[in-house]
Write a protein that binds this ligand. Structure first.
Ligand code: FEO
Ligand code: CA
Ligand code: CA
Ligand code: CA
Length: 601
């Protein structure tokens, strides 16, 4: 029977209370510092950030806006240095430019925004005395990828007619990557990043009159005329009526090799096209690579990819060349979840069914493998480019916004954050099921998926909900059976990661409990399973991203601080991290113990 025991290592800190401060709040005995801010110099010759002196050329050499995913890699041969890979999801023009006129942006502002999207690769130097990290400007590996950097398509849909445009008649090279959200790291040391809400950058979808094209656009959220940022006025590729296939070239997983600045990043078509949140790998028993992937939209799906060939260990040229093909040839699956309790017991309130758990079994339905389609009426190329429509036909389970995923490094159990779905059970929408048990779900849930035989290549699995999030005083919440008077409230799980002890850490986005978002640690086994403890809160308006929990350091990307209705440069709701008189700046922060000890020891 669950109940409190001794708090396990990694989680021994005083929880932070919910708050709405314009600050990062951390437990007593801890310190924080900003590692890198939007606009800080990255490439050689980059100027210091200047709010009034912004330019596209400067921004293309500086750290981008709205950092989300973070990967921190060792830098062989360079002592006390690491490589940070961050992505930059989108831009908040009203918080970037004084006097911004959303109806009539200038070319200069649009080009700065293009340069502020994408990814950054930055070497960091670690101070041996206090563990602090600071950027090494102009390091040979430092790199910026923006909305205009050439990126290569690979895999079965590269060169497809569906990817051809007037600027790229071969359908093999696209400019830029947009709306990069979560990510993952491959076993061969490259970084993956998910292109999420790419639809928002494209205008004039409604000028299209062909019913098939219209349905495809609508399924990806493309509708209306002018886009929010009006980019279609400055580059016709963002105008769907003029360049109908450009939109098909976004919504992919991007792979970048941080150790090879000359290599083009790649968009991996074998992994399908949807609003990719992240892609987290695991190896099968026989050494093939599996990626778990969420499509972050209300009522969208959970996917996995299984490579055809096996991962080769080592850093030789031939191993690297071989491993770089693993994500181009394989099988793409989508998940179907079946509950094991009578449907009548799932009443939409979050009340547990009579067997005491929201749980059941599931199947992985194949969609395509190489040039072979498993979906009636769709070619393999169509499955890869219009993956959502393929999964609709396959009968996948409509989920409550699948966000980040993380396989446990030791047990292999896959943790899936389902962030919320206020439309669950609404008129004309899917009602509650055992995997998505609450109508009008505002707080989300965290699921455990255990593959059959614990083999990542299995085509069936068991699953159960680990957390049904919200205010613990709400009877429709569940903390794996742990006493609810001893847990932190948690709402809208988004990014997930494990610490070196095997505890799960959850970053939130969209907290519907009237507190700022934050980062939480929770034990997943033992007597404290389900004891959620809040480690930090981020400033008002921000979401918590990219958590990396090391033995002595926690890194977090603070994304869109101060993003609240009506906020602007003139009327900011946040001036974090530099205080009044300064522009709010999304930044990466590091938290460590004041005495240099282990996190949560
Ligand atoms: Fe960009 Fe699904 O969060
Ligand atoms: Ca059940
Ligand atoms: Ca996210
Ligand atoms: Ca999010």
């Amino acid at each position: 029977k669950p109940g409190p025991g001794a708090v396990p290592p990694g989680l021994r800190f005083e929880p932070v209370a919910p708050n709405t401060a314009d600050a990062v709040t951390i437990p007593p005995g801890y310190e924080q510092e900003v590692v890198i801010r939007w606009g800080d110099p990255v490439l050689a010759g980059a100027p210091q950030f200047s709010p009034a002196g912004q330019s596209a050329t400067a921004q293309a050499r500086q750290f981008g806006y709205n950092c989300d995913y973070l990967a921190l890699l060792d830098l062989p041969g360079e002592r006390d240095r690491k490589i940070l890979v961050a992505n930059h999801e989108y831009t908040d023009e009203v918080l970037m430019f004084a006097g911004y006129n959303a109806a009539n942006p200038t070319r200069a502002q649009v080009e700065i925004a293009w340069a502020a999207h994408g990814m950054s690769v930055v070497a960091l130097e670690e101070n041996r005395r206090n563990g602090r990290l600071s950027p090494v400007r102009g390091h040979r590996l430092n790199r910026r990828v923006t909305a205009t950097t050439p990126i290569e398509f690979t895999g079965p849909a590269a060169g497809s007619a569906l990817l051809k445009t007037s600027a790229d008649p071969a359908g093999r090279t696209v400019l830029g990557t947009l709306n990069n959200c979560g990510g993952g790291m491959t076993p061969w040391g490259t970084v993956l990043s998910g292109e999420e809400n790419f639809n928002q950058y494209f205008g004039n979808a409604d000028l299209n009159t062909d019913p098939t094209a219209k349905a495809r656009l609508a399924r990806y959220g493309l509708r209306g005329l002018a886009s929010e940022r009006k980019w279609e006025r400055f580059d016709k590729r963002f105008d769907v009526s003029q360049e109908p296939n450009e939109v098909n070239r976004h919504g992919w997983i991007v792979e970048i090799d941080p150790f090879d600045p000359a290599a083009k990043p790649r968009k991996l078509t074998a992994l399908g096209r949807f609003k990719h949140e992240a892609a987290e790998p695991r190896l099968t028993r026989d050494g093939r690579v599996v990626l778990y992937m969420g499509d972050d939209e209300r009522f969208d799906y959970f996917y996995k990819y299984v490579s055809k060939n096996r991962f080769k260990k080592g850093n030789s040229q031939s191993a690297r060349r071989h491993n770089r093909t693993l994500l181009d040839e394989g099988t793409l699956y989508v998940a179907k979840f079946t509950g094991d309790s009578p449907t009548g017991e799932i009443d939409g309130s979050g009340k547990l069914p009579s067997d005491g758990e929201f749980d059941g079994t599931g199947q992985w339905i194949p969609l395509a493998s190489g040039t072979r389609s498993f979906v009636d009426g769709m070619t393999a190329e169509e499955v890869y480019v219009y993956t959502r429509l393929a999964a609709d036909k396959a009968g996948a389970t409509k989920m409550d916004r699948p966000e980040d995923v993380e396989p446990h490094p030791r047990t292999g159990t896959v943790y899936v954050a389902l962030t919320n779905n206020s439309d669950r059970g609404a008129a004309g929408k899917a009602g509650p099921d055992e995997a998505n048990p609450r109508t009008g779900n505002r707080h989300g849930q965290v699921m455990e998926v255990i593959e059959s035989g614990n083999d990542a290549a299995a085509t069936s699995f068991r699953w159960r909900l680990f957390l049904v999030c919200g205010d613990p005083a709400d009877p429709g919440t569940y903390f794996a059976g742990f006493p609810k008077d001893q847990v932190s409230p948690i709402s809208c799980p988004d990014n997930v990661a494990f610490d070196p002890h095997g505890n799960l850490w959850i970053a939130t986005d969209g907290n519907a409990l009237k507190s700022n978002d934050g980062l939480f640690g929770v034990a997943i086994d033992g007597p404290n399973r389900g004891q959620v403890k809040q480690f930090l809160t981020v400033p008002i308006g921000a979401e918590t991203c990219g958590p990396i929990i090391e033995e002595r350091r926690v890194l977090v990307a603070v994304q869109h601080p101060g993003e609240l209705d009506g906020a602007s440069v003139e009327q900011p709701r946040s001036t974090w991290p530099d205080g009044p008189g300064h522009l709010v700046r999304p930044s990466v922060i590091s938290v460590h113990r004041t005495d240099g000890g282990r996190i949560g020891a």
